[in-house]
Each structure stands twice: as structure tokens, then as C-alpha cells.
Ligand binder design. Structure first.
Ligand code: NAD
Length: 485
């Protein structure tokens, strides 16, 4: 941990002015940060529309990565993502390439200055940013069935959960809630929940609870004031952070951080708003609040606090851009530049009615690196053979009985996860995608047994699509039962 004044050199910050309203709101945000005394070594970085047009399908030039790798922070205005044409989302590419594992999104109400049904709402969502269904590993398996792999790693869970607890501790937040669906996804979401419990033990002063994501989201949407910090996996986090921003009434005001071990990225949650670009009407608040998060991250919490309080005071004084004013129906509507000037003129002031923010110097988080566990004793005990088949379960079982051999016996067939053999019932709807489980009666098997089984399947005309090995790890099953098994 350090404070900027203890450093000899200003932290290097890559700044992208982006597309649409990006240049206007970035200029406004930087003007405010500079006026508040931000100490930054700014390196401009061109990304977005122009780069896509030049043929860079990720929206960034190769040399852009060098700028990012040398920076401590990346302050990014929104960009326009061209539709189709093989263009890839720059945000996803940057997150994955730079290992930005934690997506942090505060969602606060600013009632009555911004209309909301939940004036007491003040929560932060910490979303895992790299894993889960967002690995993008998808396959069409049969005529009828498509698959997306959900990957969850222990180091990935440990890193994000520890980040959430450290964030709560540094920002004096009292509770961390974990959202998963581990009643259904017992291994993947189960791991996330288990790691939450394990790491939570190191933070006894913080209240901890776990919610199944469906009822948790319902509660979040109706009683957001019950939550403080929420930590969750990538997909649920993506959904609930939009729910939370929306009910706070402040989608246009929300900033977010994408935290990585080397560089971290800070941006508004809204897009490039091409419909209002170049008109000096855009609200720079989302980007400015992302800038506040960045100043905290860089150890300049004094600057972060000054800017945030001046911004709250501006809001409280009824000065706002058209998007917010339309909702609140109070005060004076101004343009982008005038709004930034209003914030600058209030630097050093605090809000009188809204609660002023207090940032401590230890808002800079030092996250202990993940210590990887020693490899487990892994034993292969069987195999799931996935098969395309248009007939019924009994006929398929009869065919598969014919390829049994060595220690591998057919134990179960499922269709879309539900057991249909032995003892299936005719009401179960079946697709053309079958999971056929072969297991050893006891103990482990040689991998050659799986190769031999696959070979017999080919000879017998079984249309198998893939195999998934069944393993135990230190004696614990690394696979789930079929539904109804
Ligand atoms: P958008 O967020 O740009 O705009 C939605 C609506 O909100 C528009 O009516 C817009 O005028 C308004 N709005 C957004 N920000 C505002 C602000 N600061 N002040 C006042 N009004 C504001 O969403 P969209 O129209 O779906 O997307 C436009 C482009 O932005 C697309 O190309 C999309 O891919 C891109 N996008 C980029 C990012 C990013 O860079 N992080 C995020 C989302 C969307």
C-alpha cells in the first residue's frame, strides 16, 4: 500500500477517448480529476471504431497492447462496437487478455435527486470476470442439441472471493453475500460457494450469507437495502449488476472497475450513445465516478474523496444533465461542459443532505496471490459416452450392452441429464443426445479401456460424439449422478 505523494513518478494511465459521446465525457472527467489534483502520467490510446475500420478485428492495434501493459490503469470512454463482420468485443478481449478478474460495480441511490423506489440502496457487486459460461466454448453436438461449457476453477473462485472480502474490509462494508445456483450445479457453483465459506472464515468481522441466485435476485430487486457487497459468478453477476443499476435509477451515473493483478480498467457502464454525440448534452457522471474508483485504486484517495463529494454536492444543488433532470424533474439542466465546471467549482465542498463519502488511504487493495493446492490423487473409474441416437432408450441400451467389455459395464443412460435407463418412464421427452455411463465395478481403470470401448462403439455403428472421463479426486467423485438416479 502506498500513497501517491510517496511515489517519485506519477502512475501511468492509458486513456482512450472512445467513440460517440466518449471524447466529450472523457474531456469533462479528466478536467475534473485534474482540477482536484489527480497526479497521472497520461498516455493516449486509440481504440474503437476507427481501429475496427482499419481492419483490427478486436478494435485495438498491436502496439496498443504495449501501452496497456506499461500502464497501471486504463481509463476508458465507451466505444462503438460494429455489428457483425467478424468484429470482436474489445471489452471481452481486454478483460481476458489482461486477466481483469474482478468486475466491481457500485450501485447507489441518490434520492431525491435521482428518482428511485429504493432510496436506501447502496451496494457493490463484485462479479467474476473471466470464467463460467463466458469462456465461449460452445459446440453443436447433434442435430438437435447445442452445448456451452461452464468452466469454474478453484484459483478463479479464490481470487474473486478474496477480492470481495478485501474490498468489504477496506471500504468498511459490513456484509458480503454470495449468489450461486449450487442446488442445481453442485460441482461448479458448489465450488464457488465452498470457497466463499472457506475464505469467509478469514474475515470473521464481516457478516456473510449465501443466496440461491433466483430468490437472491428477486430480493435484490425488491429490497436492495438488505445487501452490501455481493460476490458472484460471471453470468449471474452480469445480470444482477444491470438489475441493480436500473433500480438504483442511475444507469447513466454508474461506473465500474475491471481489476487485474497488473493493469485495471475503469469505465462508465453505458455505451457510446451515438444518438446524442457532439451535442454537449451527455452526462459525464458515470465516467467521472469510474475515475473516482481509479483514483482510489491508484492510492490517491484524497482526490477520489474530493471529486466524489463535489459531484454529490453538484447533484444536491440541482445541477444536472438532461438525462437525470428528466427523471427528477427538479433543478437546472446544463450541458456536459457546464456540468463538469459546476463540479470543479464545488471541489472542497461536501453534500449537505446526501451522506458525504469517506475514503481511506487503504482503499488500495493488496490481494494475496492464490496458493495452488497440491495435485489430488486422480483415479479414472468410468466414462460417459455421448451418443447421437434417434430411437428409444431400451433399444440404445441393448445396442450398448453389446460393446461392454473389460471392466466397463453400462450403468445408466440419461437424456438432457434425466435418467431414462434403467427404469425410465415413457413421459420423459427425449432428444437425439444421450449420455451413456459406463463404470468399473470397483477401483480405477486404465485409459486404454476407454479407448477400447470407443473402438468397439465405432465397429458396432454407435454414433458417439464425445467421451467425458469419470474420475475421483482423493477418493471423492468428480462427477454428479444423473437426475433421478
Ligand atoms: P448506450 O448506453 O450508448 O445508449 C442507450 C441510451 O442511453 C441512449 O438513448 C443514449 O443517448 C443514452 N445515454 C447513454 N449514455 C448516456 C450519457 N452518458 N448521458 C446521457 N444519455 C446517455 O447503449 P446503446 O445505444 O445500446 O449502444 C451504443 C453503442 O455503444 C453500441 O455500439 C454498443 O456496442 C456500445 N457499447 C459500448 C460499451 C463500452 O464501450 N463499454 C458499453 C455498452 C455499449
Amino acid at each position: 500500500m502506498y500513497h501517491s505523494s510517496e511515489l517519485n513518478e506519477a502512475p501511468v494511465v492509458a486513456v482512450a477517448h472512445g467513440d460517440g459521446i466518449g471524447p466529450e465525457i472523457m474531456t469533462a472527467a479528466l478536467d475534473v480529476l485534474r482540477a482536484a489534483g489527480a497526479w497521472l502520467d497520461i498516455r493516449p490510446l486509440e481504440i474503437g471504431e476507427q481501429l475496427y475500420r482499419q481492419g483490427h478485428t478486436s478494435g485495438i492495434a498491436p502496439e496498443g497492447w504495449d501501452t496497456l501493459r506499461r500502464a497501471r490503469a486504463f481509463f476508458k470512454a465507451p466505444i462503438t462496437t460494429p455489428q457483425g463482420g467478424g468484429m470482436k468485443s474489445l471489452n471481452v478481449t481486454i478483460r481476458k487478455t489482461l486477466g481483469l478478474y474482478a468486475n466491481v460495480r457500485p450501485c447507489s441511490a441518490y434520492a431525491p435527486y435521482v428518482a428511485t423506489k429504493h432510496p436506501g440502496m447502496d451496494l457493490v457487486i463484485v462479479r467474476e470476470n473471466e470464467e463460467d459460461l463466458y469462456a465461449g466454448i460452445e459446440h453443436r453436438q447433434t442435430d438437435e442439441v447445442y452445448q456451452c461449457l461452464k468452466l469454474v476453477s478453484r484459483p478463479g473462485c479464490e481470487r474473486i472471493v478474496r477480492y470481495a472480502f478485501e474490498y468489504a474490509r477496506a471500504n468498511r462494508r459490513a456484509k458480503v453475500s454470495c449468489f450461486t445456483k449450487d442446488n442445481i450445479m453442485k460441482l461448479t457453483d458448489g465450488l464457488f460457494h465452498q470457497v466463499f465459506n472457506e475464505i469467509g472464515e478469514e474475515y470473521p468481522e464481516i457478516v456473510q450469507d449465501h443466496w440461491i441466485v433466483d430468490i437472491g435476485t428477486a430480493r435484490l430487486a425488491t429490497r436492495p437495502e438488505d445487501f452490501d457487497v455481493i460476490v458472484t459468478t460471471n453470468l449471474y453477476g452480469d445480470i444482477i449488476s444491470d438489475v441493480a443499476a436500473e433500480i438504483a435509477g442511475s444507469v447513466g451515473l454508474a461506473g465500474s472497475a475491471n481489476i487485474g493483478p497488473h493493469v485495471s480498467m475503469f469505465e462508465a457502464i453505458h455505451g457510446s450513445a451515438p444518438d446524442i454525440a457532439g451535442q454537449d448534452v451527455a452526462n459525464p457522471s458515470g465516467l467521472l465516478l469510474a475515475g473516482v474508483m481509479m483514483m482510489n485504486h491508484l492510492g490517491q484517495s484524497d482526490v477520489a474523496q474530493r471529486v466524489h463529494n463535489a459531484w454529490l454536492r453538484t447533484l444536491e444543488d440541482g445541477i444536472h444533465t438532461g438525462d437525470v433532470g428528466a427523471e427528477a424533474g427538479i433543478g437546472q439542466t446544463v450541458g456536459t461542459c457546464a456540468f463538469a465546471a459546476a463540479v470543479i467549482s464545488r471541489l472542497g465542498q461536501e453534500p449537505q443532505k446526501l451522506a458525504p463519502v469517506r475514503y481511506s488511504a487503504n482503499a488500495v487493495l493488496e490481494i494475496a496471490p492464490v496458493v495452488r493446492k497440491a495435485p489430488a490423487d486422480r483415479q479414472t473409474v468410468g466414462v460417459d459416452l455421448f451418443v447421437q441416437w434417434r430411437g428409444g432408450a431400451e433399444d440404445l441400451a441393448a445396442k450398448l450392452k453389446g460393446i461392454e467389455g473389460g471392466p466397463l459395464e453400462l450403468k445408466m443412460i440419461t437424456n438432457r441429464g434425466v435418467k431414462v435407463w434403467p427404469g425410465g418412464i415413457p413421459e420423459t421427452f427425449c432428444t437425439d443426445h444421450w449420455r451413456c455411463r459406463f463404470m468399473n465395478g470397483g477401483g480405477s481403470i486404465d485409459l486404454n479401456e476407454i479407448v477400447a470401448l470407443s473402438g468397439r462403439a465405432v465397429v458396432a455403428g454407435v454414433d458417439f460424439i464425445k467421451t467425458e472421463h469419470l474420475c475421483t479426486f482423493d477418493g471423492e467423485a468428480g462427477f454428479t449422478l444423473g437426475q433421478g438416479q
